[in-house]
Design a protein around this ligand. Structure first.
Ligand SMILES: Cc1cc2nc3c(=O)[nH]c(=O)nc-3n(C[C@H](O)[C@H](O)[C@H](O)COP(=O)(O)OP(=O)(O)OC[C@H]3O[C@@H](n4cnc5c(N)ncnc54)[C@H](O)[C@@H]3O)c2cc1C
Length: 243
């Protein structure tokens, strides 16, 4: 299958292509589905890092579109991992809803990476939603012993049942209902952050919400709270309808 211009651009940047095969499915909630897959030899070649993600290729009306998804429990020895899909309107969600054992999907590995914050932060401040759940869980596992405050934006009542892998002794979770296209989350986080950021160079801030929310919070954290660039990871995970 050709990937059109997006594929060409990624190839120029030396993306690696693989084919994954679905081996099992789980409906975690009505709006969240987990697929188990084999990796087509990817992990043995590439290794694994925290919050690792791949670009999956979805066909729609004869065209191919890439969407990013985070690996859950990647295991290079068995060549397996899972993917978790927050379900909504969309090609990737449609594919995930119907996916069954034996189905295959093409993937490109390009752009993913992770740098462990050095020195170790005194506190992790992480903000995300269901699309970011796999990344948040991977991030928490990558920073053992680091106290964390997490804001998790929910779009459905069932999002409360989603499994954040928390250490109750270290991690504090705030679930915030998505209101005003994310503006409510921005307000909640802004109200709480100053008290948690005593020394801006000492914390690590992870922001992976929709693109508008991510931009607003990243700008606030860098400009108003003076957290240095290298202590902020901000990446919009999905593009919301225009406000
Ligand atoms: C590095 C990275 C890792 C990611 N990992 C994951 C992951 O592990 N699991 C996961 O579910 N998502 C993940 N995402 C987000 C995912 O790539 C996007 O949500 C993507 O837009 C979904 O594609 P789609 O074809 O289903 O919908 P699109 O065709 O992109 O969008 C269709 C409609 O759905 C809306 N929409 C898109 N995403 C969401 C959402 N999350 N919530 C509500 N509405 C939405 C759009 O505004 C649009 O109206 C990740 C994104 C990045 C950048």
């Amino acid at each position: 299958m050709g990937h059109g211009w997006e594929g060409v651009v990624l190839k120029l940047f030396r993306g690696k292509d693989f084919e994954f095969t679905v081996t099992g499915t789980e409906d975690v909630t009505e709006h969240y589905r987990r697929l188990h897959l084999t990796d087509g030899g990817m992990l043995a070649l590439t290794g694994v890092h925290p919050t690792m993600w791949v670009r999956l290729w979805f066909d729609h009306a004869g065209k191919s579109h890439q969407r990013a998804y985070t690996l859950v429990n990647p295991d290079p020895d068995s060549g397996t991992f899972s993917l978790e899909f927050a379900l909504h309107d969309g090609r990737a969600s449609d594919w995930a809803r119907k996916a069954a054992p034996g189905d295959t999907i093409e993937a490109t590995l390009q752009g993913t990476g992770f740098e462990t914050p050095e020195p170790q932060p005194s506190r992790l401040l992480a903000i995300g939603d269901a699309a970011a759940l796999p990344a948040l869980n991977s991030l928490l596992a990558a920073l053992p012993g680091v106290p964390a405050t997490i804001w998790f934006e929910t779009q459905h009542a069932e999002d409360h049942d989603l499994d954040l892998r928390l250490d109750p002794a270290l991690h504090e979770l705030h679930r915030v209902e998505r209101r005003a296209s994310g503006a409510h989350l921005v307000d909640e986080v802004k109200a709480a952050l100053p008290a948690l950021v005593q020394d801006p160079a000492d914390v690590y801030v992870w922001i992976t919400c929709d693109t508008t929310t991510t931009r607003a919070l990243a700008s606030y954290v860098r400009k108003e709270l003076n957290v240095p660039k290298h202590r902020v990871h901000a990446l919009g995970y999905w593009r919301p309808e225009k406000r």
